[in-house]
Write a protein that binds this ligand. Structure first.
Ligand SMILES: Cc1cc2nc3c(=O)[nH]c(=O)nc-3n(C[C@H](O)[C@H](O)[C@H](O)COP(=O)(O)OP(=O)(O)OC[C@H]3O[C@@H](n4cnc5c(N)ncnc54)[C@H](O)[C@@H]3O)c2cc1C
Length: 238
């Protein structure tokens, strides 16, 4: 784990969707290296007892975007971290430790790769997808992304660009409570399990809501997927 404190400044922020905001930071720390999938531990306040309040945020940009760090946050009501970010304006500083974490792509994949995300769990998955698709691996790459309804959608252009560029990539976006017509309706775990028999030596990366991760992982293991070799997880909350 990288314990040194780093600094960056907010360059811009833009709303992406319902309660979801993208924050772009600039830094000039040449030795700040990370792998797609890793996260930062940010100081977001001070507790009543005087201790630093920290929250973790996955890096949503790719390492090639030198001097930049992109974060994507779901702002939750009354959350300490959410209030800190909601109040941020361009030029404001952040301090953080990291990048850290082991939720990164395996160095190579023996077969298909399946990413399963809920909500802002897509944040580390997008740079991981870009990394995997840049490799000369032959397997299919599938994204299953679960959101509640149309107002929660974002990064549709980014995913369409990847789909157009890489024939081996397919994105499946599931809405659990669509307001209008939406073809892929419901929660995200059942279609992943349905796809399982058609997958060749898959590696799974699960990110977002802890309940989705626990459910998906247990169901995959019950169907013969090997926990240690084939499943990687990052739970944002329980
Ligand atoms: C390794 C790691 C990486 C993370 N990366 C991200 C990220 O890239 N983007 C991000 O938005 N969050 C991310 N989180 C969650 C983040 O650290 C905070 O928990 C979240 O921002 C809420 O903090 P808060 O202080 O505002 O609210 P808190 O009071 O700490 O949390 C309130 C409640 O909000 C809910 N909640 C927390 N996070 C989310 C979420 N993302 N979507 C929906 N509901 C949520 C939970 O029920 C939680 O109990 C990550 C967490 C971990 C452990």
């Amino acid at each position: 784990m990288e314990n040194r404190i780093h600094h960056a400044r907010l360059r811009s922020k833009r709303p992406l969707a319902n309660h979801t905001v993208e924050y772009l930071f600039s830094h000039d720390e040449p030795d700040l290296h990370f792998r797609p999938g890793q996260f930062l531990s940010l100081r977001v306040g001070t507790s009543a007892s005087g201790h630093a309040e920290r929250r973790s945020y996955s890096i949503a940009s790719s390492p090639e975007q030198r001097g930049e760090l992109l974060l994507v946050l779901r702002l939750v009501e009354d959350g300490v971290g959410s209030q800190f970010f909601a109040a941020m304006a361009p030029g404001d500083p952040i301090s953080f430790t990291g990048p850290m974490g082991f939720f990164v792509n395996d160095l190579s994949h023996p077969g298909d790769v399946v990413y399963v995300a809920t909500g802002t769990g897509i944040a580390p998955i997008l740079p991981m997808l870009i990394e995997t698709l840049s490799r000369p691996e032959p397997g299919r790459v599938e994204l299953y992304w679960g959101l509640r309804h149309e107002d929660d959608l974002f990064w549709q252009d980014e995913l369409q660009t990847l789909t157009a560029k890489h024939p081996r990539f397919k994105a499946h976006i599931y809405l659990s409570q669509p307001r209008g017509f939406w073809r892929e309706r419901g929660r995200v775990v059942p279609p992943v399990l349905e796809a399982l028999p058609s997958l060749n030596r898959p590696t799974f990366y699960l990110c977002g809501n802890g309940q989705m991760i626990a459910e998906c992982k247990a169901a995959l293991i019950a169907r013969g997927v090997e926990r240690k070799r084939q499943i990687r997880t990052e739970a944002f909350f329980d």
